[in-house]
Write a protein that binds this ligand. Structure first.
Ligand code: DP6
Length: 373
């Protein structure tokens, strides 16, 4: 019997991947860039047991048995086995795979990215394969290839029809920009209306903006974003992040039928961020939205307390919930609710509980092996 346990991080794209040029190999039509989050608050955890005594392969996700006959899972497994040494003693053993996320699955919180990065890292450890595994994680879920590395990561789309050059590369480790923080405003815990996979397929088929975005907009924004990260230029970073999120959702609305991921609360968050930035006379906070209504905010540590107090004022916690519960991971214990400041900003106050909860975190490293026995 062999047992491996791995934890892997979520990543939040600042330049979005949306659209495949090859559905089977999961090859994207444009490059993307993301920050990998610390596994302290959000992570996937996978334990794989391999034994010559198991009769069949088994797979559980968040405690529920799943069909092992899942093409994406099998593509990853096939690829790992192909890269293993022929002398690897466990190649024919059956597996028992147990995966879990400590955050809502499919609520637009990048659960498949962390999940497949975790699965592939665990398989790579189990079958002792070396080298880059991002192209294998990509076969599970496109965005998963970026969770294989920590810090700032670019998924280079590649040119080859066989996909060998469609890989993730680390642009900088998390330690490069240690002041960077991430706040996730969880608007909804519910499963998203349409999955990223089917949404982006419809976009490729119907959106007239999509080819223009992939060819004319993203390549320039990728270069600008790489420079902003290398120079730690927050003003530029924030601007490009927000522009790309807006361009991505414009393309989603240009899809027919439209993919509507943001809701009224998401738009209210966009308003708060812009009003805040205007009053500060520069971009101090940036938002980005994936295929769901939850907002991911990138900001520097020096801004966290003031901005969170505004958020706390505009979106008051449900009565009865204490602030420590509402803001998970915050070191800011008793947040002053700065009514005076918020009044000056003339923010509209929303009804209690409009936000489910808040995650406060930062960037971190790639997948970690916890046990290998
Ligand atoms: C909006 O990686 O979930 O989060 O490759 O079909 O599994 P598949 O899609 P997925 O799409 C993620 C889309 C996004 C943007 C991003 O993370 O870049």
């Amino acid at each position: 019997m062999k047992v491996v346990t791995v934890v892997a991080p979520v990543n939040i794209a600042v330049i979005k991947y949306w659209g495949k040029r090859d559905e089977e190999l999961i090859l994207p039509i444009n490059d993307s860039i993301s920050g990998t989050l610390s596994t302290d608050h959000m992570c996937a955890k996978t334990t794989i047991q391999a034994s010559p005594l198991f009769q069949e392969n088994r797979f559980w996700l968040n405690g529920k048995p799943q069909d092992f006959d899942n093409p994406r899972l099998n593509n990853c497994l096939k690829e790992v086995k192909r890269r293993a040494k022929p002398s690897c003693p466990i190649l024919n053993w059956k597996l028992s795979i147990c995966s879990e996320n400590n955050f809502p699955t499919a609520a637009g919180l990048a659960s498949s990215a962390a999940g497949y990065a975790c699965l592939v890292s665990a398989l790579a450890q189990l079958y002792e394969i070396d080298g880059d595994i991002s192209s294998i994680a990509r076969r599970g879920s496109g965005s998963a290839c970026r969770s294989v590395y920590g810090g700032w990561v670019q998924w280079v789309k590649g040119e080859s029809p066989t996909g060998e050059d469609s890989l993730a590369v680390q642009l900088a480790p998390a330690s490069h920009w240690p002041e960077m923080r991430v706040i996730i405003l969880v608007v909804s815990n519910e499963t998203k209306k349409y999955s990223s996979t089917s949404g982006m397929k419809t976009s490729v088929e119907t959106s007239q903006l999509l080819p223009y975005r992939a060819k004319e907009i993203v390549p320039k924004q990728v270069e600008r974003m790489k420079r902003a990260i290398a120079d730690k230029d927050f003003e530029a970073f924030a601007r490009i992040t927000m522009e790309d999120s807006n361009s991505f959702h414009a393309m989603c609305l240009d899809t027919f039928p439209p993919c509507v991921y943001m809701n009224d609360i998401s738009h209210a968050i966009v308003d708060v961020v812009h009003t805040y930035n205007q009053l500060k006379s520069s971009n101090k906070v940036s938002y980005t939205f994936d295929a769901g209504p939850n907002a991911c905010l990138y900001l520097l540590e020096s801004e966290v307390e003031e901005f969170l107090s505004v958020i706390n004022y505009v979106f008051p916690p449900r009565s009865g919930s204490i602030q420590d519960e509402y803001i998970k991971g915050s070191k800011v214990k008793q947040l002053p609710i700065q009514e005076e400041l918020s009044r000056k900003f003339e923010f509209k106050v929303h009804k209690e509980g409009a936000l489910k909860y808040i995650i406060y975190t930062k960037l971190g490293d790639g997948p970690k092996v916890l046990t290998d026995e």
